[in-house]
Design a binder for this molecule. Sequence first.
Ligand code: NAG
Length: 155
Amino acid sequence: MLRSLVFLLLEVAVGSKIPTILWGQKPDRLYLSFPLKDVREPEVELEERRLYFKGISQGHQYEVDLKLLRGINVSTSKYDMGEKAVSFDLPKLANEPCWKRLTRSKKMQAFIKKDNQRLYPEECYRQMLQWREVRATDGATDGALGNPGKSWEYG
Ligand SMILES: *[C@@H]1O[C@H](CO)[C@@H](O)[C@H](O)[C@H]1NC(C)=O
């Protein structure tokens, strides 16, 4: 706790910035990209519900720690430091209706933006219908599949 507080203060002192985060999704994966050029000293940590990134681009340090709304498959997740952006291809733990938002926080976060090149509304909608049908036939309760309206884009 104290250690992380000290690190936090250090970051503030050197002026760490939050990168813009563009995100899109399909029912079975998330696509994220941070439009940062030529990232140096990247640090990436992926956990089932967390994405941490730190790196230097054009003389500024960027850092972000995201608590994801639902789970990703860490072992099949990939990322790439491109010339113009850092991009992430994150398979979801389940093929499920599309997420309502990227992170657990319901607060509007201006640095998180939808990536218009990576939106698949038809696939998302089709998956929602299919998922509803499965729930109706096997009488599934909230839980493993999630609660409609809380996690899903088409609640
Ligand atoms: C991640 O994906 C691989 C390949 O599809 C699969 O074998 C593995 O069980 C998945 N991991 C989790 C935690 O679901």
